[in-house]
Design a binder for this molecule. Structure first.
Ligand code: FES
Length: 572
């Protein structure tokens, strides 16, 4: 059926004892003999789980992908990876991104698979599975699970995550009752799918389409729209073709494709989490991305998409307006439109002559939502290996600010003191949170947009400069400096900040400065002792030992690169 020998033939194409073993046990599922003879075997990597609410519909989607694979002459086999519920897992799902990447990588390599379909949705399910697949480098297509329908609460649209922070602030300010707050729960999440703001899940879906790893237009289709099922069916069709053509991941994931993804992220107002995940994916496929690339390529582009948290609308509106193909065509002059995509065509061939049906939602380059979007990368003595801020989500007046530090040494310390009426804090102060980096927490949770002191909220303060070594949910907003590296738990200068120190943030100059004399800093460093490790055994202890800092993507050093798809030893 294919000219090139299929990888799966090493299992199913043998007439010896091991061929018998490989086929015989599979026959208990009722597969006829011809399924084992020369058909591309397609692994459907499913992140479905009842414990992953945003991906709960993907069990059904796997069956739809299978339809497409059968129709194109392939043999689909579905396999699970670890449950990965962003909103359920403690202490943070990021702790397991690398573990799921290992699960995916080893599951693919060890099994008789020729091509891979990744069924993804919630934040980490996309980067983790893609990292694993990249280290094997088979033909791979992504089917993003799609966003939920717009949240609707008391006659207005509310967006996942973004509304959570807003409603909580209103509750704390006394403008929303507890009953109204609880009522909003089911109004916000009213269909299958992932967060429908431009949070990290939508950012990741956009990223894979911009990288060329989905069929055109796939990322914005709502999870419950029938056209999402069509996309899943067609993706099942297409992966069989990709195997026959030898269109492996590394042919699509080129340096140019990564540059496109950075630029597109700016234009859609995507999450700061993109930096960490894209850097990690690039590291697996042998493309060297660094923090400076994100500022250089992305920080001068305009914001074209008017979506929460940077704007007004939600993913459903975006899909009806035309979705990512409209953005790609608007940005064409900035992108490498000759990049090849999973359907064998270039970005230009896939995304030319695309109509836009709502310019309120997707703006033109000449009249953008905001002039400059993207992510700014900061350097300075407070972040010697860098830090990031999303200016579009910040208060413009605070982008250049000098203030007195109010320091919290851990999340627990923060919760203990933040709402203390006697806390010495003024609206012009800079709130500093230590101990929430990759090693310190561990897992670098999304706490960087930590709430302001209640007494200041009640006084009408809506934003303050906040600095931490943690991350921020893509649905969040505020003048929030994130990903400070090196983190405090390994002795970065963030660990040396004391109450009352002056800190200067200058986003236009890209600097973050702790205004303490060098000699004083040196003395503080000498006196500093590392906190005891948070975990002594198990996966968490390995994570603490092996995880790299934020500017390198928080991957494990030993997972960088790939090992290809060869398996050197047989089962027996
Ligand atoms: Fe799953 Fe937002 S929590 S996508």
């Amino acid at each position: 059926m294919t000219k090139k020998k299929l990888r799966s033939a090493e299992w199913f194409g043998r007439d010896d004892k091991m061929g018998f073993v490989h086929r015989s046990w599979m026959r208990n599922q009722g597969h006829p003999d011809h399924m084992f003879r020369g058909k591309p075997v397609i692994g459907i990597c499913n992140t479905w789980s009842d414990l992953s609410p945003c991906n709960a519909h993907l069990r059904e989607f796997a069956d739809i992908v299978k339809r497409g694979v059968y129709e194109a002459g392939g043999f689909p086999l579905e396999f699970p990876v670890m449950s990965f519920g962003e909103t359920l897992m403690k202490p943070t799902s990021m702790l397991w991104r690398n573990l799921v990447s290992m699960d995916t990588e080893e599951s693919i390599r060890a099994n008789p698979l020729d091509g891979i379909v990744l069924l993804t949705g919630c934040d980490k399910t996309t980067p983790s599975t893609l990292m694993g697949a990249a280290s094997v480098d088979l033909p791979t297509i992504v089917v993003p699970g799609g966003p939920m329908l717009n949240g609707k609460f008391r006659g207005r649209d509310i967006g996942s995550g973004t509304a959570t922070w807003q409603l909580d602030e209103q509750r704390k300010a006394g403008t929303l009752t507890q009953e109204e707050f609880l009522e909003a729960e089911s109004c916000m999440s009213r269909s299958a799918g992932h967060c429908m703001t431009m949070g990290t899940a939508s950012t990741m879906a956009t990223m894979v389409e911009a990288l060329g790893l989905t069929l055109p237009g796939a990322s914005a289709i709502p999870a419950v729209d029938a056209r999402k099922k069509v996309m899943a069916h067609l993706s099942g069709n297409r992966i069989v073709g990709m195997v026959k053509e030898g269109l492996n991941l590394s042919r699509i994931l080129t340096r140019k494709a990564f540059e496109n993804a950075i630029k597109v992220n700016s234009a859609v107002g995507g999450s700061t989490n993109l930096i960490i995940h894209l850097t990690a994916i690039a590291g697996r496929i042998g493309v060297d991305l660094n923090l400076a690339d994100f500022d250089r390529l992305g920080s001068n582009l305009p914001l074209l998409l008017n979506l929460m948290p940077s704007g007004k609308y939600l993913m459903e509106d975006y899909y009806y307006a035309g979705g990512l193909p409209v953005i790609l065509e608007e940005l064409a002059g900035e992108l490498h439109m000759d990049c090849i995509t999973v359907n064998g065509k270039t970005l230009r061939e896939n995304n030319s002559g695309i109509p836009c049906y709502n310019r309120e939602v997707i703006a033109r380059m000449e009249s953008p939502v905001k002039e400059q979007a993207g992510i700014a990368v900061l350097t300075g003595n407070l972040c010697e290996d860098g830090a990031v801020i999303k200016p579009a989500a910040a208060t413009p007046a605070l982008l250049k600010h000098k203030g007195r530090a109010v320091v919290f040494t851990s999340v627990e310390d923060y919760h203990r003191r933040i709402d203390d009426p006697d806390l010495d804090v003024q609206p012009d102060d800079v709130l500093v949170l230590q101990g929430v980096g990759p090693v310190g927490y561990p897992g670098m949770p999304e706490v960087g947009n930590f709430a302001l002191p209640q007494k200041l909220i009640r006084a009408g303060v809506t934003d303050m400069v906040r600095i931490s070594d943690g991350r921020m949910s893509g649905t969040a907003y505020g003048t929030v400096v994130l990903h400070v590296a090196p983190e405090s738990a390994i002795g970065g200068n963030l660990a040396l900040v004391r109450n009352g120190d002056l800190i200067e943030l200058d986003v236009p100059a890209r600097t973050l400065t702790l205004c303490v004399p060098e000699e004083e800093l040196r003395q503080r460093k000498e006196q500093w002792t590392p906190p005891p490790p948070v975990a002594q055994r198990g996966y968490a202890s390995m994570y603490i030992r092996e995880v790299e800092q934020a500017h390198k993507g928080c991957d494990f050093g030993f997972l960088k690169g790939g090992s290809g798809s060869d398996v050197s030893r047989n089962l027996h």
